[in-house]
Design a protein around this ligand. Structure first.
Ligand code: FES
Length: 116
C-alpha cells in the first residue's frame, strides 16, 4: 500500500499525531467526506457515510478491527470492508493510506475514481 507515496496521486491529508489520542478523524478530499480510523497501531481510510443508510460513521466506534455504525450497529471489517452478517449493505469503501514525514497520506486518485 505504501510503495508509491512519491506519486502525484498521493496527498498528505492529516498530521499523524491527530490519531494518537483518538480513533476516528473526519477529513475531506476531492469533495468526499472520509474517515481516518486507527485500530491499535494500524491506520485505515474509508468513506464516512454508512453504506447501509448513510449514518455518519464518524460518530461510530472502533473495536477489534471493526468500525461500528452508530445508527443500527452493523459493523464493517476495516481490512476488507465487509459488513457484519445479516445486513443488506454493500461493503465499506476503503482507501490506501501511508504514513511519512509525520503525515498520513491517501491515494487521492482512488478516492476520485470511486465517486465518479
Ligand atoms: S445506517 Fe449504518 S448500519 Fe444502518
Amino acid at each position: 500500500m505504501m510503495t508509491t507515496l512519491n506519486s502525484a496521486k498521493w496527498v498528505a491529508i492529516c498530521p499523524s499525531d491527530r490519531l494518537a489520542h483518538q480513533t476516528i478523524v473526519c477529513v475531506r478530499l476531492e469533495a468526499v467526506d472520509l474517515l481516518l480510523v486507527r485500530d491499535g497501531d494500524r491506520i485505515f481510510a474509508c468513506e464516512r457515510a454508512c453504506p447501509h443508510e448513510q449514518a455518519d460513521l464518524g460518530l461510530g466506534r472502533v473495536n477489534d478491527g471493526r468500525l461500528f455504525c452508530p445508527r443500527h450497529l452493523a459493523s464493517f471489517d476495516l481490512h476488507d470492508g465487509n459488513v457484519s452478517a445479516g445486513w443488506p449493505s454493500r461493503p465499506l469503501r476503503r482507501y490506501a493510506v501511508g504514513i511519512r514525514d509525520g503525515q498520513i497520506w491517501i491515494d487521492a486518485e482512488a478516492v476520485k475514481s470511486a465517486v465518479t
